[in-house]
Write a protein of this length. Sequence first.
Length: 300
Amino acid sequence: MERTGPGAFLHSLYRRYVGPVRDSRDVYAGFGLFFTGVGLVVVSIAVFLWSTTVSPSGTFKFVLREFAVTAGAAGLPIVLFGVTVLLPVSRRIDAAAGFGVVACLIAAVRFTQIYPQAWYTYSSTVVGIYALGAVVVVATAGTALSGYHVERATVRTEAELSGGSTSGESEAAADEPEVTDEQVRRDIEDAMEGAEINWGGVERDSGRTLTLTDSSLDDADSVGLGNASAKESRGGSVDDAVAGLQSLRGGQKKTATSDSGTSDQVNALAELRAQQREREEAAADDDADGVFDRLRSLFS
């Protein structure tokens, strides 16, 4: 239900200068105390200025001075108490501020009892009580104000951080195209299609060969593999596998030292050179015979 009248005005003031309304009682009590204190201060100043125009021959001047001091002494702590109540602080701070206000009011009432006849006799007591209450009221109001500003700054910072990150994430999400599971699966299949998985550069081989021998496999749709026989062949020994890997690594030279192998190679080379020399001599003889035959044919 929407509020109307003075209540709506007070709530609008509270939302404008303090924040969202948490409890209407704090709004009414805080503004009531604040405006009451301000009124007492204004009246105190006005009465004191009036007392300056009154003749000091009578007692009326002292009555006005007493009223002005009492109103001002009560109005200032009430203003600070109203501020403390308006701000969103704990009840303990409100209670401490109320204790300070009560002490100030007690001192103000005591001032009206001793002024002006016994003022010089009991002034120290009145001033001490009022000073104690004023210190408490000022301390609680300062604590409420500092806590309120710190809370506002913290909330503003958190809102800016969360708002910035949220907007940034939303913009990034809007810029990025939507990716579906089908697209991811297709990309994986395309990437794995031309890939060959190997172990250290060696093509992966299970080391087993399956040979199916059954003439009935030509009609595989009607005849299963139940009658097929399998021939399993395994790779060589571990030494052979190690030797093969070492040969693939490279950088290792195979040397075979054998006396018989070396002599056989030398003999083969000697025979090859002898055969080549014989062919060259035969070719030279043929060329010479050919030349002689040409000369003989010319002179014949």
